[in-house]
Design a protein around this ligand. Structure first.
Ligand code: GYE
Length: 324
């Protein structure tokens, strides 16, 4: 239901509701500082992709399983909404704040407020760009540069002759958009046959990927490969390619990142050529880390998620067991 919220005002109203819900939860509900129940304030990016939906479910399910009282908010991909959510969690004196920063920069002020209120912060999925490492306890998530490198390696090994690539970037300023571009560029640098002829953001959404791809198909005389920073944008691009009378996966090869069910289905159908995996099931590790930081125990500064890659054949084999 959270994804239905359309205005910042209603987001704020919802925080207020959440706050009331928390305090009417009975006298036994306490914050981490005083003991029993851990309360986590989680500021989610939004509901922009299949990855995000799976990530939200993982966080909600695992909070429940761990007996952690979760206050959840959806920022609709807006930094100002995430900042409001974090401030509201500080006011509510939650035991721990976890969030996935929509963009990398601009967090120091609000995180300093959390630090002064003695509320530990865990970064999950995406990291921030700040010199002050004392603003958060740990960062749990993927190595996005490495994901970009895997996409670049596959491209270099699987094309020959002059190859024009169009890139569908994630949300501007977001860690996975910056890093997936960087890792990919690193691997194609020096390959004179491979050219990125156009690169634009599709905001990690299916509709964004479709729109940008429609524009690319009009402006670019020759497109051989699409590199989409997530499955959803790749799926949007597939729609645009079909509408232009071309065959996705054949006339235009497609590389994406995530490996959510819809992406894996398109991969096994031959419409996508290669997917770099990015694991959204971070809930369990997040709750384990939260319990530790609330107790004041040491945690590693960085926890990297293990992930692989999928070819069309591998997707066919893996699809029946795919949970998300
Ligand atoms: O790849 C994309 C989502 O931050 C890793 O965000 C995440 C990315 C994921 O919208 O689908």
């Amino acid at each position: 239901m959270l994804k239905k919220i359309t205005t910042a005002a209603s987001v704020v109203a919802l925080f207020a509701l959440t706050a009331c819900g928390g305090s009417s939860g009975g006298g036994s509900t306490t914050t981490g500082q005083s003991g029993d129940t851990i309360t986590m304030g989680f500021a989610q990016v939004g509901a922009e992709s299949g990855w995000r939906t799976a990530n939200t479910k993982s966080v909600q399910d695992e909070a429940k399983a761990a007996g952690i009282d979760l206050k959840f908010s959806d920022a609709q991909q807006k930094q100002e909404n995430q900042i409001k959510a974090i401030r509201s969690y500080i006011q509510q004196k939650v035991s721990v704040i976890a969030f996935s920063p929509v963009v990398e920069t601009g967090w120091d002020t609000v995180l300093l407020e959390a630090k002064r209120a003695n509320i530990p912060v865990i970064l999950t999925d995406r990291s921030i760009d700040s010199d002050d490492k004392s603003l958060y306890k740990t960062f749990l998530g993927s190595d996005f540069v490495e994901e970009g490198r895997k996409a670049g390696d596959w491209l270099v090994a699987n094309v020959s002759g002059p190859t024009n690539v169009v890139e569908l970037q994630g949300t501007t300023g977001a860690a996975p958009a910056i890093d997936r571009k960087k890792g990919f560029e690193e691997k194609i640098a020096g390959k004179s046959d491979i050219k990125v002829v156009a690169s634009q953001t599709g905001d990690f959404t299916r509709s964004g990927g479709k729109q940008v791809m429609e524009a690319f198909l009009k402006s670019q005389p020759k497109i051989d490969v699409v590199y989409a920073h997530n499955d959803d944008m790749g799926l949007g691009a597939i729609e645009a390619i079909k509408a232009a009378g071309k065959v996705p996966g054949k006339d235009i090869k497609i590389i994406t990142v995530d490996a959510v069910k819809d992406g894996m289905t398109a991969l096994s159908n031959g419409e996508i050529n290669f997917i770099v995996e990015c694991n959204p099931l971070l809930g369990k590790q997040l709750m384990d880390l939260a319990k530790k930081v609330v107790k004041g125990e040491e945690v590693p500064a960085r926890v990297v998620t293990e992930e692989g890659t999928f070819t069309q054949e591998q997707a066919k084999a893996a699809l029946p067991q795919r949970q998300y």
